[in-house]
Design a protein around this ligand. Structure first.
Ligand SMILES: NC(=O)c1ccc[n+]([C@@H]2O[C@H](COP(=O)([O-])OP(=O)(O)OC[C@H]3O[C@@H](n4cnc5c(N)ncnc54)[C@H](OP(=O)(O)O)[C@@H]3O)[C@@H](O)[C@H]2O)c1
Length: 314
């Protein structure tokens, strides 16, 4: 990649897209193609085709998607399946038609079967049933991976797919109804601290294990892969270790400075029991993350406090 190359970051105002933009700018890439949803609806095939034809990006990062937690997936399965399929199809088909040099598609660790052996190796894809609570999103992402592989196999396109673990950091969604677990914990503990509550009640039992990666590390990995990875085989991006949700809750409680106790509502779903990625494929290429969870939690909480409580709707 050269500094003047036209690079389209689809979804540049999202958590991943904005981290990519920060990193690309810091590395001297100054021809970034950025469009808000109002300027370019990625669900609109004609608009995406016209954009590609006019702007002719050399590189495309597919960081646009409808993203959300268990509640959002359960209540909006149509949007999670339909919008994600359409966004991917328009961006990937369009990239091939427009002769894009290389495209990186972002999937997610939830594409792997619910009960696949841990840590989750890339070869576990499509070896079992998905976790029902996020099936619409996962199905769409699997189609995106397979479409990139099909373009690589049939037409030799340099379309690659990265599967990030759970991400957190600046520009995350802190909306209590829509957020993923980590920003939701930050929000809940912050509210409890502000109100002087004695206790915070959290969903589930706290026993599932989850892995978390700071979004700035993910952006570094995406750029690394765009520059160095040529295989159509999907590749996991994680930090390589996990912790129980209850351990995470305790870390967030301390980070936020909430002095009360934590109660668990076990009538609420836990989701997948464990979701740790096998990152040996990425590690073998020489990449590793640099931001520790404690440090990332501190900076993310500070970011949220400075950004109008960070609540946005999707
Ligand atoms: N967050 C995670 O923990 C996580 C983990 C694994 C993988 N990923 C993957 O990483 C990618 C980015 O996730 P994220 O967390 O950055 O999501 P995000 O913060 O919700 O950002 C998604 C972006 O996509 C844009 N978008 C959605 N629908 C659009 C449409 N129809 N037209 C134009 N833009 C549209 C949104 O635009 P608006 O700003 O207008 O809403 C937003 O900027 C996704 O593919 C996701 O699956 C995320």
């Amino acid at each position: 990649m050269n500094p003047g190359d036209a690079i389209f970051v689809a979804g540049h105002r999202g958590m991943v897209g904005s981290a990519l933009v920060r990193l690309l700018r810091a590395r001297g890439f100054d021809h970034l193609l950025l469009r808000t949803r109002a300027e370019l609806d990625l669900c609109d095939p004609a608009a995406v085709r016209a954009f590609y034809a006019k702007e002719k990006p050399a590189y495309v990062f597919v960081a646009a998607a409808r993203v959300g937690g268990i509640w959002a997936n359960a209540t909006q399965p149509v949007e999670f399946l339909s919008e994600n399929l359409r966004i991917q199809l328009n961006l990937i088909d369009g990239a091939y038609e427009a002769g894009v040099t290389k495209l990186l598609f972002l999937g997610s660790s939830c594409i792997y079967p619910k009960l696949a052996p841990q840590p989750l190796h890339e070869d576990a894809l499509l070896t079992g049933s998905l976790e029902p609570t996020n099936e619409p999103y996962a199905l769409a992402k699997i189609c995106g991976v397979r479409l990139c592989q099909a373009y690589a196999k049939q037409y030799g396109a340099r379309f690659i797919s990265a599967m990030p673990t759970n991400l957190y950091g600046p520009e995350d969604n802190f909306d209590l109804e829509l957020a993923h677990v980590l920003p939701s914990l930050i929000h809940k503990f912050h509210l409890a601290k502000t109100r002087g509550d004695a206790s915070v009640t959290l969903w589930g039992t706290g026993s599932p294990y989850r892995e978390f990666l700071h979004v700035d590390d993910l952006a570094e990995a995406c750029l690394f892969l765009m520059e160095k990875y040529e295989s159509p085989e999907l590749i996991n991006v994680g930090c390589g270790h996990d912790l129980r949700i209850r351990e995470l809750a305790e870390l967030v409680r301390q980070t936020v400075g909430f002095g009360g106790s934590i109660a668990w509502d076990s009538t609420r779903p836990d989701g997948t029991p464990r979701k740790l990625l096998d990152i040996s494929r990425l590690a073998a290429l020489g990449w590793k993350p640099r931001i520790k969870l404690e440090e990332g939690l501190r900076s993310t909480y500070a970011w949220w406090l400075n950004h109008d409580s960070g609540v946005r709707s999707i």
